[in-house]
Design a protein. Structure first.
Length: 286
């Protein structure tokens, strides 16, 4: 079945959109080309921060498996805007074997290939995914859609390609994020607008695409406390073990109270939630 995808009208300036994507790709090429430690990021690249992000995916997967009882090894997974493969590494550790990490930056894809040679890797435009409809069981993004010129189009493509489920982890449009006041961010000299999501936007974007088909749309909130992290990093001099302990204390206290109002948005879309799931993961489980 083909799902219609709204593209914003026939008068779009393709050169403008492609130029924005090319500039973002070049910015990340610069970032990754200058960072030799990305190959060893599990040991050297902000371990505490990475583990904080891991928690968001763990929350999303827990909810997915509550709705779709199954084993990770049965799922084929596509990660869009996956950068150097941090999310791919986490999914591999969680028992997913058929994982494809993609990014628009050639440098990011190259590093991802070196880091996780047993997984699949390819350069891919998240706004125009070169894959058939419903060809991947799960399509996931974390902190990637807001780097696109058309974030909702990127989400539309995820829904189109996903056979069973979509997970979106992005900034939330709420009181805390508005209070923080970060509307734009900079990466290697390129300015990016921080597009934020909420439940209503996710539900409308989903249902306008799949219409009356049965679907479960669920959203969670979590507190991704980057400013707390950077404060601890400054005070503790980069000691990752002590920073991680400090973050756990924060989570057990203020984080427990503020979590439901958190600045991170976790969106889960499950197609045909009442139908049995039969995965399409490849048999190769190296």
């Amino acid at each position: 079945m083909h799902f219609p995808c709204y593209t914003g009208g026939v008068n779009r300036d393709a050169n403008l959109e492609n130029g924005a994507k090319d500039r973002q790709a070049e910015a990340f090429n610069k970032r990754y080309s200058a960072a030799d430690d990305y190959l060893e990021f599990l040991d050297t690249d902000d371990v505490a921060r990475v583990r904080l992000r891991d928690q968001l995916i763990t929350k999303a997967l827990d909810r997915l498996f509550e709705h779709v009882p199954s084993s990770p090894k049965d799922w084929s997974v596509l990660i869009v805007c996956g950068g150097v493969g941090k999310e791919a590494s986490q999914l591999r550790r969680a028992g997913f074997f058929d994982v494809t990490n993609t990014d628009f930056s050639p440098a990011a894809v190259e590093i991802s290939m070196q880091r996780e040679p047993t997984l699949k890797h390819r350069r891919l435009d998240a706004e125009n995914i070169d894959l058939p409809d419903e060809s991947i069981d799960l399509v996931l993004v974390q902190a990637g859609l807001h780097h696109l010129p058309r974030p909702v189009t990127g989400f539309n493509e995820m829904v189109r390609v996903a056979r069973k489920a979509v997970i979106v982890i992005e900034p939330h449009s709420g009181l805390i994020t508005r209070a923080l006041g970060q509307e734009f961010e900079e990466e290697e000299g390129e300015i990016n607008y921080v597009f934020r999501w909420d439940h209503e936007l996710l539900e409308q974007a989903t249902k306008s695409q799949i219409l009356e088909r049965s679907v479960h749309v669920e959203t969670l909130r979590a507190l991704f406390h980057a400013k707390v992290y950077t404060t601890l990093e400054r005070v503790l001099g980069g000691d990752q073990a002590r920073i991680l302990r400090g973050m756990k204390v924060f989570d057990a206290t203020a984080g427990r109270v503020l979590g439901p109002m958190g600045n991170s948005f976790i969106g889960l879309v499950v197609k045909d939630p009442h139908e049995p799931f039969v995965g399409t993961a490849s048999a190769d489980k190296n």
